[in-house]
Design a protein around this ligand. Structure first.
Ligand SMILES: Cc1ncc(COP(=O)(O)O)c(C=O)c1O
Length: 181
């Protein structure tokens, strides 16, 4: 079965409006469905599968770490793999003595960037600074904080009363401001 059309299972999909192919596996730039149909994933998913699917070194590293310990709470432990990866990343990052904060998704990264920005201002003694300027029509995630700095009306509408208000600027370079609704 390549398309899971009936929605008779127990998965709450992000969108229930369309059927989706049943994935078998990925290989390089291809995704392969359960019937063997191959799809070129030209965008690498949402622009994040940058090295392709099924890279054996990555699979081995994930297997090694999951075998050693599949979960560690970041407030309690570090691992050799994390330290070595961070050291390798530091070598190619154009910053002096960078440090990396690891998260599991883009939405979490945006949430954390917002909180970091606030923390920097508080540490500077500028406690009155809390506004984040966002761009109309931008997209930065679906959690409430990330959504509050995104400018997509269709995604924001339902949660509008719950969101932190952020001053928006238009995505058009010559416009100054427009109300985000
Ligand atoms: C700029 C940007 N921020 C945040 C996200 C949200 O990422 P995630 O779906 O991993 O939460 C995306 C995902 O497409 C993104 O492109």
């Amino acid at each position: 079965m390549s398309e899971y059309k009936e929605f008779h299972g127990h998965v709450f999909y992000r969108r229930m409006s369309h059927a989706r192919p049943m994935l078998s596996h990925g290989e390089g730039i291809y995704l392969v469905d359960a019937e063997g149909k191959r799809y070129i994933d030209a965008s690498g998913g949402p622009v994040l599968v940058n090295i392709g699917y099924g890279v054996s070194e990555v699979i081995q590293a994930m297997t090694d770490q999951a075998t050693a310990a599949a979960y560690l709470h970041a407030t309690m432990f570090t691992t050799q793999a994390l330290e070595e990866y961070s050291a390798a990343l530091a070598e190619v990052t154009p910053l002096e003595n960078p440090r990396f904060f690891y998260l599991g998704s883009g939405s979490e990264a945006v949430e954390t960037a917002i909180k970091f920005a606030r923390q920097v201002q508080v540490d500077r003694g500028e406690t009155q600074r809390y506004l984040v300027i966002s761009r109309w029509h931008s997209y930065h995630g679906t959690t409430l904080g990330a959504l509050a700095v995104s400018g997509r009306p269709s995604l924001r509408q339902l949660y509008q009363p719950m969101m932190v208000q952020t001053p928006p600027i238009s995505s058009h370079p010559t416009a100054i401001a427009a109300p985000l609704t």
